[in-house]
Design a protein around this ligand. Sequence first.
Ligand code: AHR
Length: 857
Amino acid sequence: MKKFSIHTLLSLSLLLAVAFVFSAFGVKPKSKSPDKVYLFAYATEKNSGKNGLHFAWSNDKLNWYAIGNEYSFLKCDYGSWSTQKRMLDPFLFKDQNGLWHCLWSVNEADGVLAHAASKDLVNWQPQSYPLLMDKATFEDKSLGSVQDLEVTSKNGTYTLTWLSGGMGGTVFTNTTNDFKKYTETQGGLVNNRLDIRKDVRVAGEMQQGTITEVDWSVVDNLKKTVDAANYKRESNQASAKTDSVLFAKLKPLTANIVIDASQSKKISNMLMGVFFEDINYAADGGLYAELIQNRDFEYALSDKEGKDAKWNHTTAWSGTFRLDSVNAIHKNNAHYAVLINSTITNSGFDGIAVKAADKYNFSLFAKGAKCTVKLKDATGTVVAQTTISPNGYWKKYTAVLKPSKTVANAVLEISTMGETAVDMVSLFPQKTYKGRSNGLREDLAQTVAGLHPRFMRFPGGCVAHGDGIGNIYRWKNTIGPLESRVPQRNLWGYHQTVGLGYFEYFQYCEDMQSEPVPVLAAGVPCQNSAVGGAGQQFGIPMEHMDEYVQDVLDLIEYANGAVTTTWGKKRAEAGHSKPFNLKYIGIGNEDLITDVFEERYTMIVNAVKKKYPNITIIGTVGPFFEGADYVEGWKIADKLQLPMVDEHYYQTPGWFVNNQDFYDSYDRSKSKVYLGEYASWGSSVYNALAEALYLTALERNGDVVSMASYAPLLAKENHTQWNPDLVYFNNTEVKPTVNYYVQQLYGQNPGDSYIQSFTELSDNSAEVQKRIGISVVKDSKSGDVIVKLVNMLPVAVTPQMELQDITPKGPVSYTTFKGNANAKSNVLPVTAAVSLSEAVSKELAPYSFTVIRIKTK
Ligand code: AHR
């Protein structure tokens, strides 16, 4: 033990005593920093005003120093990504309780104000967007917006004044005590403005904003926040390229690993599942096997918000026909085509792919003259044909087409000699996944099933809560006869037939032996909505919320109710009298956590809890792993005692490497976690391994993380709105990414208890250590012990594993997934049977993922 001299001990005690006096009596040691400085809050015009809140500080109000230059301390979350999310003219002030408030204008049209509060200017509470103009004014955008807002306070009451964009500079005013409730807006006042904003030059550019005197510690904290964020951002940029520099001198390593089965804990056996959303043409033109596009002539300009004049009832059709709606086949399917001595051709979704050996069910609703139906290849050669002889009234006709050859891009032609009305023109392969009628494309459905998902989430993502209230996904619109379903605009910019609807989703889950996890809107649309009032706005009007809550309850009855119940009967009519045995229901999808949200969410959650206490409700905690929505979402989850919440994050591979401890500190007594959407940005082996590494941490935290699903799942080439995705496809090929194989290996090798292991590496540096992942689980059913090892280093690692309390039986299954870190294809897992002694000491290749499956019974 090190010895201290009496002098050293005396000096130490003196130092401690001085420190005590300073802290006890509030005396600060002298520092070179000033006590008080000025803080300037502003937003730049750059990026159409989407840059958010910035700060600069000054000693003398003359020289201003930007804090973090481009760093934004608060970003506006109002409205759609494309044109909104703007912070204009922020107004910052501190209230008498020391709480900071930032208010700003969101655009030049909407009569709303944006508000957020913070204790430290770093962590902000959820934003709110109160409507300061009445609703009529709001809807008539020419009338008034909130511009140049100022706030003054007296005895805890805040007076807001602003200029109206559309009313020739008229001044409006109202008051609030809490920034939640506002008095009625008064307009047309004389100009009583104080013009509090100041012009300041920061980094060579003039900016306008507010100045507040603050303690130096406030600025110091802001500076430290920027430094920490920059450091994190930098270290999250890890890539194979940065690795080659960082580990240039690293030699192959050894790893002593002790696996001790006497130390284990129960974990979720539901960890790996899939997230299905109709994004990237994942449903129509994708998983849903229908080959005719726009079969019902219901495509509409509004599907693309009128931005594509060619997107209408004629999309995918050519030839001459008239669109009619008189006496339609169903009110929900209002349009049909009338052919008069003409031919119309459907080109499918980028062509119709048919195989010579297969049979295809053709059907249509028709009335009028006889017509011929032909499948033709690109040269115009007929490969299959049939004739339909309709009557004078609507009737469904069917025929089986057997193509004489395989064609990748056929077209379907309907010709008539006379006048024929047609609707719901359909061509469906007889071979669908599990042979279901109105079923799923076999190869794609099989690829998803090949992941061995324990659950499937649907129908989104953002598709679930929709672009505006009218676009919320309503499950009742998606069941029943196809011609009676209510098609709608897909918020990803195309059309949903909902031919793949709730019944088909439930059936697919059952066919894959996966638990269905439907996610329903929490009574509010997506906060990024552009239609019907920007953002989440007012939510479903409260007077319609009972009806909406009933819809949610009815879904559970549809899935689980007896055939004698109203909705159980509808399920039986669709061909499934047995219940689907629904156990989970998601409410909300990464919503903005506002009062509007909370009121509706609480109503739905309480109603489900009351009527169906055995259903596991999955709540929502925003789109990120941090921030106001995450914090507030978790608070509400605690308040409502939700069994589970849905977390989402898309990050760099480096983030996943650096955040393996994310769930280690989660409170096990609170809600469990469903990591409903996650992916590292990219489709290379490096990304796949970052995900594999992170999944070792999820298994370790399997006592709090119950489920996880990579997102998005499917993407059709040339129709992709979001990258990366797990599986790409076109009409004839399915192309799983390398990330797919990591998901698959986890899906094939789940456990229900987690076994403790201890690893000692020959290099102990933190950067090396965090790139080696190990997770050991046991599957109680098979008795197998499964060891997963991730080596995310550019050097080989030779393990020496010691198995304690495990009695292996027979040979071991040893699967390796390895490749060039930048490779994006041609990297497949390879499985071999090896001896136990080989398995526990076999070299782990650079950039590899290994799964060892040891039988114990
Ligand atoms: O997975 C794609 C999208 O990402 C989802 O629709 C949404 O929930 C998230 O923002």
